[in-house]
Design a protein around this ligand. Structure first.
Ligand SMILES: Nc1ncnc2c1ncn2[C@@H]1O[C@H](COP(=O)(O)OP(=O)(O)OP(=O)(O)O)[C@@H](O)[C@H]1O
Ligand SMILES: [Mg+2]
Length: 266
């Protein structure tokens, strides 16, 4: 009997650490976020993110989209609940969290690029996590430069590799941000309002790039948006948040008027 119990727990541990595609890339189990000032940003929720899907988080300002996104790489530490990932298992220790962050790329609204540096130098920063701290004190080598250039090519900015980022348009800068995320060779991409400050043409270009990366490389993308039309166009799954609660979780086709009222209020 005892032997069987040991075997069962061994199997569970193997599953959590496997690269088996049936295990969700990330699972949140009763995860909730309350900030130190007492604001409840997320009521406890459970969800799993699958491969090959663009998941869009929708909701009014303050609904908890950024808190949910940031809890997925523990930039915001959940106050309750547990998070486990396919490779690494439970994120309950600093080593697992560090490893998970290395494997999770973030794309931000304000790109967070170093303006006076070239696109290539910015994209190369996506490679830093692949090396030991001491190695990063020296210039990165030809392999890293080749990967960074390939990533710039992927976002159609190969020709701009040596151009300073602060002389590029907002859309181009965001594409550099995506190239930097790609250079990290991540298992998952989290994008917090990546098109908030872009015109419609640049927004569509950025979102279709993220969608293409998701489908071609099987990297799940979780993205928060304020624009319904983009959510409908690019999402495989929409999670609607209101007041820190998930009030909708389904395919874009199911996003009807009554559902929108539930998410955004009357
Ligand atoms: N660092 C923080 N400290 C305290 N409260 C916070 C903090 N960050 C966010 N909040 C609060 O938590 C709630 C959820 O905020 P969050 O930023 O997750 O919402 P959001 O859906 O991303 O909003 P927006 O669309 O404006 O970006 C809000 O009430 C917000 O004021
Ligand atoms: Mg936000």
């Amino acid at each position: 009997m005892k032997h069987q119990a040991n075997l069962a727990s061994a199997v569970q541990v193997t599953d959590l650490n496997s690269d088996d595609c049936r295990t969700p890339i990330i699972s949140l189990d009763n995860v909730g976020v309350t900030y130190p000032n007492g604001t409840v940003a997320l009521s406890p929720l459970s969800l799993k993110i699958e491969d090959d899907a663009v998941t869009v988080l929708l909701g009014p300002s303050g609904a908890g989209k950024s808190s949910l996104l940031r809890s997925m790489n523990l930039l915001v530490k959940p106050t309750v609940g547990t998070i486990s990932v396919r490779v690494g298992g439970m994120l309950d220790n600093s080593r697992a969290v560090r490893e998970h962050r290395r494997e999770t790329a973030m794309v931000f609204q304000q790109h967070q690029l170093i303006g006076r540096q070239s696109a290539l130098q910015n994209v190369l920063t996506g490679r830093l996590g692949k090396h030991s701290f001491w190695r990063t004190l020296l210039p990165l080598g030809p392999d890293d430069r080749r990967i960074a250039l390939e990533c710039l090519d992927r976002v159609s900015l190969f020709e701009k590799a040596l151009v300073r980022c602060d002389s590029m348009s907002g859309g181009q800068q965001q594409r550099v941000g995506i190239a930097r995320a790609l250079a990290q060779q991540p298992r998952m991409i989290l994008a917090d309002e990546p098109v908030a400050s872009l015109d419609p043409a640049s927004s569509r270009r950025v979102l279709s790039l993220l969608q293409q990366i998701c489908k071609e490389d099987r990297i799940p993308v979780v993205v928060s948006l304020h624009q319904l039309e983009y959510a409908r166009e690019f999402a495989d799954r929409i999670i609607g948040l209101s007041g820190g609660h998930v009030v909708f979780d389904d395919k874009p086709e199911k996003l009807t008027e009554p559902v929108l009222k539930k998410i955004y209020g009357a």
